[in-house]
Design a protein. Sequence first.
Length: 466
Amino acid sequence: MAEFKLPDVGEGLTEAELVSWKVQAGDLVEINQVICEIETAKSIVELPSPYAGTVLSLLVVEGETVEVGTAIIAIGEQVAEMVIDLSNPAASGGGEGESLVGRNKADRGPQRRARKGSASPATDAGAQTQLQVQGAFAAGGAMPLEVAPADEPAVPAREPEPAPASLRALAKPPVRKLAKDLGVDLTRLAASGPGGTVTRADVEAAAAATESAPAPMPEQYADLGRPGVHPMTGARETREPIKGVRKMMGQAMVDSAFTAPHVTEWITVDVTATVELVERLKGRPELRDVKVSPLLVLARACLLAMRRTPAINSFWDQAAQEVVYKGYVNLGIAAATPRGLVVPNIKDADSLSLVELARALGELTATAREGRTQPAEMSGGTFTITNVGVFGVDAGTPIINPGESAILCFGAVRKQPWVVDDDIVVRQVTTLALSFDHRHVDGQQGSQFLADVAGILEDPGTALLF
């Protein structure tokens, strides 16, 4: 019998929540077969099994948060011990849409224990990687499945009766996670995807219908005029544990707000020319298959403006008492997800063409919305853009991401009256707000960068000057 301890999947994480099990006691598993999903402080990651054999017991229940090094599953009839390389791109999330070794493996589904003497289909002991994951059985763990003595023939477990078809909803893991977050029962949905698969749109539509449906008024709220009673439905109070992404985000914002002295500057810009440019770019054949938006032009403008003001792309190293100037730009884009705010970044964004940048932005946002952003995709950022305009908000005072020196807030683009050559005309207008670390980025540098970005948005042709 062997136990698999929760590994550190990167970034020095110390704990994780076990979101869901992909196997049950009695199932036969192969090396590198995905056995569970965990949620770290940064992302949801699939864990592959380092052993082949029969699942004796699940030592952690779904929804429980455990520390790295805690035994989470016991596997018997060990055929081969596997070493997992958690540092390769597939394990850390460096590869698009991948998390750990085995993610792209075909889904075999649950299997029952084979008869004694039969060969396991996963006995390849020659596979080797760099980091060995092994463990010892922890005292007080869950009761393991009973195993027949060695001198007695193993009796195959009785196959459970198949669940009714109505209880076997087909959906991808990100869709299942979204349904869980929104409180939607997948078995009650009419699937619109291919082969009867529940899609993200099905879940969102069900959640929207639930929110819009009038709920019965609880008896204690019948007298809304009574002091202290509010027209809310449901329980008087509810508590939600602070964990995962929200916990990490909260601590990071506190650390940043009380470490770096923030200064925020604002500028209101006529971006009519940018909006017109976006419409023209949409007709370009090389951009036909990617999303083109004002955010793309803003991102490009920031990358160009940094050439004149490199301090924006630097970092104050408090421990070393040095300012670190970065010769590359890992452009972070703040994304709101059901799990909280995440800031994945585009590596070496300054070296990308406009077409490549558009494609990278599209992949980044799609991955974030599906809950598949990996830790490696959120580390190493050098500058961040937060787009509050998608919520109809004009601007804000953003908090700098730890490890960076500035963050730009992009407000909603609206038609507003604007003075052009002493005439009042209708123009497309937005507001930009730049927060920067005033320990080493002074007012002149912050103002120069913000003015350069605004100038490119107002007249995209000025980009040729950078």
